[in-house]
Design a protein around this ligand. Sequence first.
Ligand code: KIV
Length: 257
Amino acid sequence: MNKFQKLIEKKNKSKIVCLTAYSKNIATILDDHCDIILVGDSLGSVLYNFKSTRSVTLDMMIEHAKSVKMGIKKSLLIVDMPHNTYRSKKEALINANKIISQTKCDAVKLEGGSKIIDIIRHLIKNKIKVHGHLGVLPQSQKGKFTYKGKKTKERNKIFEDAKLLELAGVFSIVLECVETSLAKKITNSLKIPTIGIGASSHCDGQVLVTDDLIGLNLINVRFVKKYLNLKKAINSAVIKFKNEVKDKKFPNKKHSY
Ligand code: KIV
């Protein structure tokens, strides 16, 4: 059974754990615990202070993914295709191949449903493994975001898109900020796993941005749970260092040649 079949096998058996990583050191820690490590284009806002993920480039994704790959032994490595890198079948295939050959990742993730379905089919036909992404689509989001699935038309569209993506051959789908009963309906209707972020516990797995979870990226949205205040821990270590330097306690003999 390959990595993808193993992941799909988890559906209805055990929850899938997915986190983002942008560098080797974090990936090394996550690898023991995650099924999937995602190099998300969220790195645009988290690391580069961009207003949206739309300014993230292919080169940025590739460089971060190369670093992450060095920390991974067993997890499935997925890399986001950034905005404007999959506007046509040809462009998508060139860029997906570039990401995969340069980073040695297992799959790429693209945002959208029916609008990009021909592109997704083309990638899959050309042996690229694709992860879907529905609900809130940060690359197309204009203005403030709200969760998806309030209105019937929107619910039907997301549901149809999920079926379409499965039929096209994606191996899993992220559901971002999707209303609970819709996430449940989609999850129960698909054979492939759904990975939720702000999309309830009904999804087959969960993903969070690691920097949010460890309290490095201070974001205040409902779906994020902060499991650690790393900012506070770093702050106290830095204060200790500063004080020891000023008091001439660091470096002592042990840390000198
Ligand atoms: O870019 C990202 O980190 C993502 C996850 C939030 C799913 O797409």
